[in-house]
Ligand binder design. Structure first.
Ligand code: SDX
Length: 436
């Protein structure tokens, strides 16, 4: 019997089937061979939330959850965070290899010249209420870019796809900064092409009346490292959305907007904002034990803890903790770090969290850094969306160029009524009088 096969006996028919095992998976479609008769549709697999389902083949990001390993295109995240710029890593994620000096210079130059937004987009953003959540502004504005670049619908043209990818990577910081300035009632700051990606973002966020913005190099590097850490994470919820929406051949702007909408959820990228709310609620180290008890009693979750894949420490959280120390040397220590460290210490000793393999994830410490850099919590997920745009677009492009992929359309287990006789209005039971 061949080794790489799975043999199954259907006890309803005593028939035996053998399916090939490839890369530790079996094809769900093979189960459709298992029938009780020629009329039978065959078996499906049932996997709510895709806990154990590979939806694609991908060469972009590798995660080993048990060993806490994360690699982009084979390079460990620790090495990339130490030696690369974000745009260098963005090139790696999109094209598959690290750029040489000329490639990086050209790539950086092209992204830099795509940071401007059309003036109509600026007017579109002015339509939001002053207190509009920046994440909702970002999702809506990215979708609106679809009206500015209608040629983006030609998703099968390689050069056209790449032009939109550069536009989105270049414009995300501009949209993010404009949403921030809008919330403060400050005038928008236009991009400064003399600055690198992180410095220009800081310029568009924080330039006031000085003739030229000068970014603090420690804070700029910290942002660049945070962008690297958030750039991609294989088939996370928002990447799955990008692949699903993109599989219908929607344009990259609408695809990215949909992915950003998924990221905004508090269980996903919105968790970093929730962590700060949680730390504010706890208030001080002394209150941590009582809060942990509340979570263990089933009242809420420890935001920034746990992960579908990592059952060990999220390698990004370790690098973020190191980055926090660099930032605090400039901004002063964020006192919330002490509460977070105590929360981590207690949780990692507590059987409830150990048994469930709950460790700090990428969102646990990032918000503390962002707050120390004077970002409001509402901006934290926007700071996640900027770099993750690279991952979404790389996953989108890989899906489009994968000959095995087609429009995503899952099946279901139907639990509703069987066919029912239609009742005209006069024959329907009168509904109880509606409560006032
Ligand atoms: C991101 O997928 C990615 O890669 C995402 C991401 C990326 O880069 O794209 O890494 C970014 O989204 C990080 C996750 C940010 N979210 C949070 O920090 C929110 C808090 N975390 C949880 O909601 C949860 O851990 C998830 C959503 C992250 C993972 O959820 P799972 O895999 O569906 O796990 P689960 O909800 O089934 O939990 C298993 C058990 C449950 O207890 P029991 O029912 O077995 O008794 O662990 C418990 C859960 O109640 N649990 C937690 C917990 N997370 C899970 N209990 C307390 N606090 C938590 N944070």
């Amino acid at each position: 019997m061949a080794q790489d096969t799975l043999t199954i006996t259907d006890n309803r028919t005593n028939l035996t089937y053998s399916f090939p095992i490839e890369k530790e998976t079996v094809r769900a479609m093979d189960f459709r061979q298992i029938k009780t008769g020629p009329e039978d549709f065959g078996l499906m697999t049932y996997d709510p939330a895709f806990m154990n389902t590979a939806s694609c083949r991908s060469s972009i990001t590798f995660i080993d959850g048990e060993r806490g390993i994360l690699r982009y295109r084979g390079y460990p995240i620790e090495v990339l965070a130490e030696h690369c710029s974000f745009l260098e890593v963005a090139y790696l994620i999109v094209f598959g290899d690290l750029p040489n000096e000329v490639e990086l210079k050209n790539w950086t130059n092209e992204i830099t010249h795509h940071t401007m937004l059309h003036e109509t987009t600026k007017k579109f953003m002015e339509g939001f209420r002053y207190d509009a959540h920046p994440m909702a502004m970002l999702v809506s504005t990215v979708a609106a870019l679809s009206t500015v670049y209608p040629e983006a619908r030609d998703i099968h043209d390689t050069n056209n796809r790449l032009r939109q990818i550069k536009r989105l990577i270049g414009k995300m910081p501009s949209i993010a900064a404009m949403s921030y300035r809008h919330s403060l009632g400050f005038p928008y700051v236009y991009p400064d092409n003399d600055l690198n990606y992180a410095e220009n973002f800081m310029n568009m966020l924080w330039k006031m009346v000085e003739p030229k913005y000068v970014a603090n190099p420690v804070l700029a590097r910290a942002l660049d490292i945070l962008f690297i850490l958030h750039a991609d994470h294989e088939q996370n919820c928002s990447a799955n959305v990008a692949r699903s929406v993109g599989s219908a051949h929607a344009d990259p702007y609408l695809t990215t907007a949909a992915a950003a909408a998924a990221l905004s959820g508090p269980l996903h990228g919105g968790a970093n904002e929730e962590v700060l709310k949680m730390l504010d609620e706890i208030g001080s180290k002394d209150n941590v034990p009582a809060y942990v008890k509340k979570v263990k009693d089933g009242h809420g979750k420890l935001m920034g803890f746990g992960h579908r894949v990592y059952k060990n420490y999220d390698p990004r959280a370790k690098i973020i903790k190191w980055t926090a120390e660099q930032v605090f040397q400039v901004t002063g220590r964020n006192p919330k770090l002490d509460v977070a460290l105590e929360l981590e210490r207690i949780a990692l000793e507590d059987d409830y969290f150990i048994k469930r393999k709950l460790y700090p994830n990428v969102d646990f410490y990032s918000g503390i850094i962002y707050q120390a850099m004077s970002f409001k919590p509402e901006m934290f997920t926007v700071l996640f969306a900027i770099p993750r745009t690279v991952g979404w677009l790389a996953q989108w492009q890989e899906m489009l160029t994968d000959s095995e992929q087609k429009i995503a359309r899952p099946r279901q287990i139907y639990t509703g009524h069987d066919v029912r006789e239609f009742l005209p209005m006069e024959k329907r039971a009168s509904a109880p009088a509606a409560a006032d």
